[in-house]
Design a binder for this molecule. Structure first.
Ligand code: AHR
Length: 681
């Protein structure tokens, strides 16, 4: 142990209650701790934007269908290129193409087998199986008719195909179908036990032909109980973060591999039965992790995104296509971009979306659709992203056409432009230059980088030669620390995310939004990692990175407080750690509503350090009144520890209490630890 630490520890343990005298003693021995953190409570810094910390959703890693979206059946409308993907069929099953839903015309005809002991049946595999919980209710629904008139009976079984029990059924129900008209039928199934890999069978009547379409199974208990709702545990993990901003629906899927397969929000609203299927580029992007059954049903669409934003308390930030397909996949090929003359459709998409979110249902057709879908009140949209990871002139030219039209129609909306996929290359600098010229309100920056990069980037936003006082503000829209060769969610990388965020926080005048990415991942369906939240068919795991984000989001504060760190023998500085090295990082905020000073300290060293935190700038009486301190610590020293649904709590925050005396708090911070000190005012 270093001499100063030893002195500090001796003083701490020998003096027991008389902390005041320890403090005085420390002061007279050049503070006798590895780091002295001084927080000036008098000088309010920049306000922390309510949007500062948030989430970014993209349908990657089965984030929508098979993830957040509560639907448990895959290919419910038989619209996949192989119409029976996700289904086993037996008996007399015929694919038909003149169904009741114009944009999803397929359905299947279940005809009698012609023999009492032969059956016509279709069986859905769900997404890596269907996860059901014993004793809970599941809402089965389908659209059906009896084409020859009269009535028929369908039997619906939830089954465990591999059981050693006599009966494969976990639960079942029946539905009476009547008449030649298409109608929606629903029934509740209550499985008798929990099972992650169930299948759902629909058995046909043995005497009558029945047509079936849009076959669906949802838990009754979805997040906030919406019928077309979200999986409750997964959405709850979002609510528990308390995000300030919610960016959706991507990412690269906004761009599409080609323009035809870009994300088109207008296809995602209105009755779910009539939302057309789209491919998902993450099905084929990585050939080493190939998922040919990964499509977008759009059951989770823009209405649901806005509603979820509202329910988790985040500002919505939709991102729309700028008239260009993905440049990674197409370079600057002319065929992958809309001509400048043809951009009206993209301008309309932006303006109509703002009307869908905010307009008056009495005067606007898109606002009326919102009201018809169950939300007459506006969603209060304030931000709109135009383009994701686009770069250079083709992008700048198109944004220069679209943005002024959007501004003309809706000057109240803040426009978010992009600086491309890399946070330090030529595209990035040219992107920023163009965004300044085009007067974007915010610029989206992306950096998936390793620990060495983060160690060197700890002052990124303090560079006020590049990030000027005026001009667009920063949206760190996609970022995460990936360790070289270790791309899974190991705790060791999360500690650098926590340290990097002190730089975001200290520069809250510049950075107005930051969102880790990607958000979700299914353990059996991932293409990209690390990710913030993992799940299997039954359980969810919050990663160490999740807890880092949550500690910031729950303790964002209202204003920055100027903070310096003195490393023994060194000068006080906002960040005295030499570029590229480990160290002690800190930032502080005040929460005026809660009456708290919150000091965030991160030790990235591989051993424990002693700290002293001094609150200055308060009147003597106020300082003397400070006493109670809530401490939350996240220890990431188990470097490879990864929270997964099978073992969800290897790393998690721990709460404790301490005290502060005369404005001075002494503590030890363990190796690789994020500690948050909340001082009650
Ligand atoms: O988050 C995964 C991908 O990373 C996003 O789709 C894209 O914007 C970025 O390249």
């Amino acid at each position: 142990m270093k001499l100063k630490s030893l002195l500090f520890a001796l003083a701490l343990f020998a003096c027991g209650n008389c902390q005041l005298s320890i403090v005085n003693c420390q002061l007279s021995t050049a503070f006798a701790a590895d780091a002295l953190i001084t927080v000036n409570a008098k000088k309010l810094g920049a306000p922390i934007q309510p949007t500062m910390y948030g989430i970014f959703f993209e349908d990657i890693n089965y984030a929508a269908d098979g993830g957040l979206y509560g639907e448990l059946l895959k290919n419910r409308s038989f619209e996949f290129p192989n119409p029976y993907t996700g289904w086993d069929i037996s008996g007399k099953v015929t694919l038909m193409n003149d169904g009741p839903f114009e944009r999803n015309p397929h359905y299947v005809r279940l005809a009698p087998s012609g023999h009492r002991d032969k059956h016509t049946m279709i069986e859905n595999h769900g997404f890596f199986g269907i996860g059901v919980k014993g004793g809970e209710e599941y809402r089965f629904s389908l659209w059906a008719r009896v084409p020859d008139g009269g009535s028929s009976k369908l039997w619906i079984d939830l089954v465990d195909n591999a059981t050693m029990e006599e009966d494969q059924k976990l639960g079942n129900t029946g539905v009476e179908i009547s008449g030649k008209e298409w109608k929606k039928y629903t029934a509740i199934i209550k499985p008798r036990k929990t099972f992650a890999k169930a299948h759902l069978r629909v058995w046909a009547d043995s005497k009558v032909t029945t047509d079936v379409e849009h076959i669906s199974l949802f838990p009754v208990k979805t997040y906030k109980d919406h019928e077309n709702g979200m999986r409750a545990d997964v959405a709850q993990a979002l609510e528990d973060l308390h995000p300030g901003i919610f960016r959706f629906p991507g990412g690269c899927i906004v761009e599409g591999t080609d323009l035809a397969t870009r994300y088109q929000w207008k296809n995602t609203v209105g009755p779910v039965e009539n939302r057309p299927l789209n491919e998902n580029r993450w099905h084929y992007t990585f050939t080493q992790r190939y998922f040919p059954d990964y499509f977008q049903s759009y059951g989770l669409g823009f209405f649901e995104y806005f509603q979820l934003s509202e329910e988790i308390g985040a500002e919505p930030l939709p991102v729309l296509n700028v008239g260009m397909a993905c440049q990674f996949q197409n370079g600057d090929d002319a065929h992958a971009a809309c001509t400048k003359e043809g951009l009206q459709e993209f301008i309309d998409d932006c303006i109509d979306l703002i009307d869908f979110a905010n307009g008056d249902p009495a005067t606007n057709q898109w606002a009326k659709l919102r009201a018809d879908m169950g939300h007459p009140a506006p969603f209060n949209l304030k931000f709109l992203g135009i383009g994701n990871e686009q770069w250079e002139q083709p992008y700048f030219d198109r944004l220069a056409i679209i943005a002024p039209e959007v501004r003309k129609a809706h000057p109240e909306i803040k426009i978010v432009g992009t600086s491309g996929p890399n946070a330090e290359d030529g595209h990035f600098f040219n992107g920023w230059k163009a965004m300044r010229e085009l007067k974007a309100d915010l610029v989206d920056e992306h950096y998936y980088r390793n620990i060495d990069w983060f160690k060197k980037a700890m002052n990124r936003y303090s560079d006020r030669k590049f990030y000027t006082k005026d001009g667009p503000r920063v949206f760190a829209g996609e970022w995460a620390c990936h360790d070289s060769g270790k791309k899974y969610n190991h705790a060791g990388a999360s500690i650098y995310e926590a340290a990097f965020m002190t730089n975001i926080e200290r520069n809250a005048d510049l950075v107005h939004m930051a969102t880790y990415a990607p958000l979700f991942s299914h353990v059996e369906g991932w293409q990209w990692r690390p990710d913030l939240i993992w799940y299997d068919n039954l359980a969810t795991a919050r990663t160490a990175s999740y807890y880092v984000q949550q500690m910031y989001m729950l303790n964002a504060g209202t204003h920055v407080l100027p903070t310096t760190i003195s490393i023994a023998g060194g000068q006080p500085a906002a960040n005295p750690v030499p570029e590229g090295e480990d160290g002690i990082f800190a930032s502080a905020v005040i929460d005026k509503q809660r009456g708290e000073i919150i000091v965030k300290v991160i030790n990235t060293f591989a051993d424990a350090r002693s700290l002293r935190i001094d609150i200055t700038g308060l009147a003597k009486k106020q300082l003397a009144a400070l006493s109670q301190v809530e401490v939350i610590t996240l220890n990431c020293s188990d470097y490879d520890a990864e929270n997964m649904p099978s073992k969800p709590e290897r790393v998690k925050p721990v709460a404790s209490q301490t005290t502060i005396t005369s404005g001075s708090l002494v503590a030890n911070i363990s190796a690789k630890t994020f500690a948050l000190y909340k001082v009650k005012l």
